[in-house]
Design a protein around this ligand. Sequence first.
Ligand code: EPZ
Length: 429
Amino acid sequence: MDRIRIVGGRPLSGTIPISGAKNATLPLMIASLLTEGTLILDNVPRLADVITLQRILANHGVDIMLSGKRAGDSAYQGQTMHISAARIVDTTAPYELVSKMRASFWVIAPLIARMGEARVSLPGGCAIGTRPVDLLIMALERLGAKIEIDGGYVVARAPNGLKGNEIVFPKVTVSGTHTALMAASLAHGTTVIENAAREPEIKDVADCLNKMGAKISGAGQSRIVIEGVSKLSGARHSVLPDRIETGTYAMAVAMTGGDLTLAGARPELLQSALDVLVQAGVEVQSTNVGLRVARNGHGLAPVNVTTQPFPGFPTDLQAQLMALMTRANGTSHITETIFENRFMHVQELARLGAHIHLDGETATIEGVDKLKGAPVMATDLRASVSLVIAALAAEGETMVNRVYHLDRGFERLEDKLAACGAEIARISS
Ligand code: EPZ
């Protein structure tokens, strides 16, 4: 299993190109099941989760073609993916595939909407929380689907198609909103979603669906209205930049000191996180290529943060911020409100010498003068990158184990950091 070796203590400086967003790419690829036409996606990141989803879509009969390199392409040029779901030959998403990546459960929405039937394995447990799918099922039932659970599978039927309706989410859910958006796009009549998720990835999917002929208004706000249409067509869409990758590298240079340009970043997609960095004493500046983040010579101030749905502070940057606060001049408090078990990185950061005390959903971080390298274990995607951030500032060597977690959501992380001065390398075994 691959590991990553890091020797800390070097400031970061240079330019990091930001990749397309994982959490937009996955639902966009799934939306291809809604049409017989070809969906062309540009700026697709090279991630393990994208490859897993390609296999899942292929199992339904989808053809996927990746464009080869073009003259003049930069080393980090996003991929162009041509996805054709002209013929859906199988409406079952098997456990072997779905269990590898939770978001694949979302195929249930386009399958039931277009084919009138779907049999999709329940996704099962997850390291960061129970993560039920009851609100996704509620949304589909509100649109008239008949749903039963059978042998670990969700079996959904709507032989006469789905019917528009009002869907009120009792709590903000990204997966629930994606599911309702895709299903309602082909339903008969009007659907109104209340208390919808406002994440930028939701807006990106809605923009793409509207290019395919859907009639969606209000995406990015809490109330979304969808006029169902009978058919959707192919389209071309470029995946928005990854705000979590952007925030991660911003936290990394804040940790090590230095001066980074994050090319292609869109600051407005992570304003709350950038505001927290400014509060901590980090320089943050929008530029004509993206974002400049720097910290030179002065320490970090402690901050108190609570994770919230967008536009609040994203839970997917919580672990990275915690790593940063281990070096702050004072005490910080971080409260996690989205997932009930998203502190797996605390014990691993403690191995590097961090002082963190957990009390329910709040972590109290006492800043220390220095961290010291040690072998650590990655547990989930964002927890693993928080260990990388801490290791970049720790004295001596850190070995991060189980880096397959990182490959799920960060494209060429060690190459991007090494190009900016980090002593980091992958050790394949
Ligand atoms: C998406 O997960 C992201 N994943 C997550 O990123 C992200 O942390 C999360 O949204 C919140 O921003 C993708 O986009 C692929 P939710 P999702 O539905 O959609 C509960 C990463 O690191 N809930 O908004 O699964 C749920 O348990 C990943 O890239 C129900 O109770 O999140 C959670 O507590 C991790 N019932 C809360 O709602 C449901 O039916 C928010 O979940 C659905 C969700």
